[in-house]
Structure formats: C-alpha cells, structure tokens
Design a protein around this ligand. Structure first.
Ligand SMILES: [Zn+2]
Length: 634
C-alpha cells in the first residue's frame, strides 16, 4: 500500500503557550516522565539525548558452561554449571543477584497468575572463586540469601572493573507440568525455559536490575556465551538455543546426510520421519541408553531447549541478507495440525524480518511444538502449542520469530517496558501477515483495541508488566495491540520509508544492548528530524483516543474551506483528502500545533471547485474509534 506522508513541522519544542487568559478546550500532553538513571547515564557518557549509545556505554557479559541431565520418568532436571562473569562496568561489584525463576512454582511464591506447584529449584552447592559459600541470614559476610525467585550473593572479594569472577553451582529442579507459563512438559514433550540459575542484569542505569519473577511479567537478561551439555534417553531428539557440536555422536549417518542437504539446498527436507522415531534411526544408540547432546551459542541472552521421543524433524535454510543463510528446523508430533508447514512459516518469517529490520545474525531458527498453550520465544528457538490452523500457526510463528530481533537482539527490559518488544513484534507480525496471506490484519486489531478504548478500563502502555489488572484485556491491549497500532499511526505520519529507516537505525544502534523507551524515542527523532514528544506522551503514557471528524465543508469562489474537529484527546495531525467532481484529489494536513494550542477545531483551505468528497485519513493509518464521521460526501 502506498503511504500518504503527512509529516509536519512542529515548531514548539515544549508546551505551546496559550494567549493570556485563554482556556484550553482540551487536555494538552505533559512532557515525558524521566526514566530512572537516564540523566545520570547521559552525564556519565553511557547514553545520549540523540538516541545513540554513549561513547562510554558498556554491558557486563558472562560465559556459561552447563551440564544438565533430564529424567523424563520423574520430570526432573539435574545440573552443574560454571559461570565466568566479566565486570565491564567502571565500578567494583561486591554483591551479585541470580535468578532462580523455577521458584515461581514453590507453594509460598508471590505470583500474579496461576501456576502448577512444584518444589522449584534446589541449590545443592555454590562456590565463588573456588571458595564454597553457604546460605546466610544477613548481608554482612560472604554467602547467599534466598528470597523468592532471587538469590543475593555476597562475594568473598569484589570484582574490580575489568575483572571477572567464577561461580560454580550444583542444583536440581522439578519440571512443571502443563500450565506453567512459557515452559514445562506434557508427558511427551519437555521444554526447558528459564531453568538454570542465571545472573541478573547489572546495567548503566541502576546497577543490578533484578526483580522477582511473578509469572506475568517477562524477563530482562544480559548477553552471554553458552556451552551446554544435555543428557536425555536415546531416541529423544533435542532442539536448543545454539549449534549442535557433536552431531557425529548423537545422530546416525543418514540423518546427518539429510541435514547436510537442508543446509546446502533450498529443499524442504524431512530429516526424521514418523516411522523412524527410535534409537538407531532418529538418534544414535547411547551408553546405558542415554545420549549427551552438546550445544554452543554466542552472544545470546538466554538458553532453552526442547526434547521428545515423539518428534519428527523438518529442516531447510533461509536467506539472511545478501549472501547469508541460516538453518531452519521444525520439530513436532506428526498429529499436530498445520505443523507440516512450520518450517516454511519459520523460513518466511526469518527472511521477511531480515529484510525489514536487519539480517538475522544467528546460525539457526527452530520451532518446536507442544507443552504450552500459546507461543514463547527464546534465542534461536520457539515453543508453540495449541490446536492451530495455517493462519494461526503462521501468526504465532511470525510473532515468536520477530522476537528474535526484539528483545533477543535488541535487549529491551521486557519486565519494565513490555510494549517495547510485544508492541514492535505485533507491528511486525501484521506486516508479515499482510505479505504472506495478502490480508489486512489492522482492522481486526482496531476492533480489539476499540473493545476497551475510551471506556475507562484501559491502562497506559508505559506500565510495569507485573502491574496490569490480572487476566484482563487491558494487558494485551496496552502491550501488544495498541502499541502496534501506534507504530502504524507513526508510520502513516512520517511516511513508510522514513519510518523504516528510523526503526532499523534503532535496531542497529541498540543490538546486543539495553535500550529504554527514551533511546527509542530519541533515535526516532534523530532520524526523522522532528520533536515528537506529544506523540510519545499521548501514545504510550496516556489512554487518549484519536477522533477526528469532518465538522463543516464550505465552498465559495475563492476556496473550499474544510473544518476538522478533534473529538478525542489524542492530539494527532489530521490528514485530509478532498475529491473534486472531475476525480482530481488534493491532500492536506491539519497540523498538530492546532490541537497543542488547546483548540478543538482546525480549518484547511483547498482550491475552489466542485468538491464531492472529503475524507480524513484516506490511507487508513489511524485507529479512530469511529470511522463513520471521517467522510463527508456531497
Ligand atoms: Zn510476544
């Protein structure tokens, strides 16, 4: 669809002044709220006010070496891990925070959704720098304190700037049955997400940003390299974040040959078929009936894996950028409807997103079926459950694949700013659906949003993801649907090409970093060359709706004068198209300054002539609550 660019110059950089004594007829947006630590980060040179990371920007990194063994019969996972943590910050670190997210399932956990109850994560031992540490009652001496899903660790010696620490841990956990958010097992498929003790993010804004995992809100994670050994029974296929390092030990020659074909041709290859699902055919035979699969991943914010002895396996490859390729895998039970097309959908999503945002940088993307109701993203892998038709599986697949860019590559804080990844991903998914099925997904989103928009039960998008009204549409609309519609409105306002330029520039600047909403807003303004504070405020901090109507159309010998009224509270430029009886059209825009000056009506003058139709937002970029008043016809 061709876009009408209704860009405009905003003259005022802050609240426009009303003439003395005049009362505004409408609310005027406040300036943006500050973000904790942001101004100080600018002073210290780690961030800027132009949306670039600062010259002094840093992230801490880590290397995880994990050996984990799954026992499907008892649904338990046992692990040992060694983590090297690198302090790239300018400050010494004497205390660390570690996520034990499986403790969400303990009976006493604080939660904001229903989950199955398990024993959670049991820490069997912990050592820092080779020194064994015990659970302690207070922070005064080296040791750890367990609190809900968090472990606070006081180190024997601080990690100096530029220094590192080595942590060794032994642990075991119960794998929750179906009903766990985002992972678990259904008896046949085991999917392990947020399973190992993971070091929290220490960032340039606030230092440790470690919040309890309560179930609803998702994650804020740092970048690390992983080497993970996963031991499962022979005959069980394993798909994971990272690249398989020992295919010759766990896969028979014939399976490896099929994978090789998938990697070097564009064929869709059936790697393991339904009549081959047994040790000796789908996998090698193991020692004592068990096989250890070894994976490695670089620069990812998490590691997850799925395994089953019921899976079949399809593979192909996808193009990523000019000459690049990545592997595509789909593992599913043969009865799962539409999954025969999973690898095709996954490939399309990777290629489409690579073109739209930036080339996919990782060696594979894998979709696995089962165990959960919806879909959940992890680096290089997604788990998708539920009964689905083609459109539904495509939608979820594209959505989860788009998460590889937001928040996997662009490492936003999903807990604090859920809209940043879910909104962007929902926006991308609609563009993907439009391209694949040639249908318009925007009207459906508008209808969903209108279900509560302006009804007083909406909440702003800029809300912590653990603080939404539980089990309501408000959370979905504020985090997914509305921000997607707002990005669409922004795209209409600045023009599709310039929008994409800014969107890509944001991803490029903040890949493998931790941007806040201000970094997004500032990058956009930097690229577009306009101050859009009123848009960010109205779109993400308020629940105002857009409502332009054609109030009046008058013709005389000199001009056609069109009056547009704004009956909503969201100040937004109103693009107007006038059509004359000879079919000629003229476009113009009521600039946002009219609304920001406190007025409810603005007028546009068009060339005189025989006007037969006046339409607001003719290209359909704006999510008006009522479209019926958008058109005047003679
Ligand atoms: Zn999502």
């Amino acid at each position: 669809m061709k876009a009408l660019s209704f860009r405009l110059i905003v003259l005022a950089l802050c609240l426009p002044a009303l003439s003395v004594g005049a009362q505004p007829e409408r609310p005027i947006p406040y300036p943006l709220d500050p973000i904790r630590g942001f101004d100080r980060a600018v002073e210290r040179g780690t961030r800027t006010t132009t949306g670039h990371p600062g010259a002094e920007y840093w992230t801490n990194t880590a290397t995880y070496r994990i050996q984990a063994e799954l026992d499907p019969a008892t649904a338990t996972l046992t692990g040992v891990q060694t983590v090297q943590y690198f302090n790239n910050s300018p400050s010494p670190i004497d205390r660390m925070v570690i996520h034990l997210r499986q403790n969400l399932h303990r009976p006493e956990a604080i939660r904001n959704r229903f989950v199955p109850i398990t024993g959670g994560m049991t820490v069997e031992g912990l050592a820092a720098g080779g020194r064994s540490l015990e659970e302690v009652a207070s922070f005064g001496r080296p040791g750890y304190i367990l609190s809900g899903t968090l472990m606070y660790l006081t180190l024997p010696a601080p990690i100096e700037p530029g220094g590192e620490a080595t942590l060794e841990m032994a642990w075991h956990m119960d794998i929750p049955p179906e009903g766990a958010p985002r992972m678990g097992h259904d008896g046949e498929v085991f999917f392990l997400g947020y399973w190992y003790p993971q070091i929290a993010v220490y960032d340039d804004l606030v230092g440790w940003k470690a919040e309890q995992y309560q179930g609803d809100g998702e994650f804020y994670m740092g970048y690390a390299d992983y080497e993970v050994d996963i031991t499962v029974p022979e005959g069980w296929l394993v798909a994971a974040t990272g690249t398989l390092q020992n295919a010759d030990q766990v896969l028979p020659t014939e399976v490896r040959g099929r994978l090789e074909r998938a990697a070097t041709t564009d064929e869709m290859v059936r790697v393991v078929r339904s009549n081959e699902r047994r040790a000796g055919r789908s996998t090698a035979f193991g020692d004592n009936g068990r096989l250890t699969w070894r994976f490695a991943a670089e620069n990812v914010r998490d590691f997850a894996f799925g395994t089953s002895d019921q899976y079949v396996w399809d593979a192909t490859r996808a193009r990523t950028g000019e000459n690049g390729h990545t592997m595509i895998h789909a593992l599913y039970r043969p009865g799962a409807s539409s999954w025969q097309r999973s690898a095709e959908f996954t490939r399309f999503s990777i290629e489409h997103m690579s073109e739209m945002v930036m080339p996919y940088p990782y060696p594979h993307m894998t979709s696995v079926e089962g165990a959960i109701g919806g879909g959940m993203e992890y680096p290089m892998i997604t788990i998708i459950g539920g009964r689905r038709n083609d459109l539904s599986l495509f939608n979820v697949t594209y959505h989860e694949v788009a998460h590889m860019w937001f928040p996997m590559i662009v490492g936003t804080d999903e807990k604090q700013y859920m809209w940043m990844d879910e909104g962007m991903v929902s926006f991308n998914t609609n563009l993907g659906t439009e391209a694949f099925f040639d249908i318009d997904p925007w009207r459906e989103d508008e209808l969903f949003y209108h279900g509560i928009a302006g009804a007083g039960i909406e909440v702003p998008s800029m809300r912590h993801s653990d603080e939404y009204p539980i089990d309501t549409m408000a959370r979905l609309i504020a985090s997914y649907t509305k921000p997607a519609l707002m990005l669409r409105a922004l795209q209409g306002m600045v023009g599709e090409d310039l929008f994409l330029e800014a969107y890509r520039e944001f991803a490029r600047r903040w890949a493998f970093r931790h941007p806040t909403p201000l970094d997004f807003f500032n990058t956009f303004e930097d690229v577009v060359g306009e101050n859009l504070w009123w848009f960010w405020r109205s779109a993400f901090y308020e629940t105002w709706t857009m409502e332009h109507v054609v109030a009046d159309v008058r013709s005389d010998e000199e001009a056609v004068t069109v009056t547009i009224a704004d009956e909503g509270d969201f100040p937004m430029p109103a693009p107007v198209r006038v059509t004359y009886s000879d079919g000629r059209t003229v476009d113009d825009v009521v600039p946002v300054d009219v609304w920001l000056s406190g007025r409810r009506e603005g007028t546009l003058r068009f060339p005189a002539g025989d006007v037969v139709r006046v339409e607001i937002d003719p290209d359909g970029f704006l999510p008006y609550l009522y479209r019926i008043d958008n058109v005047w016809e003679r």
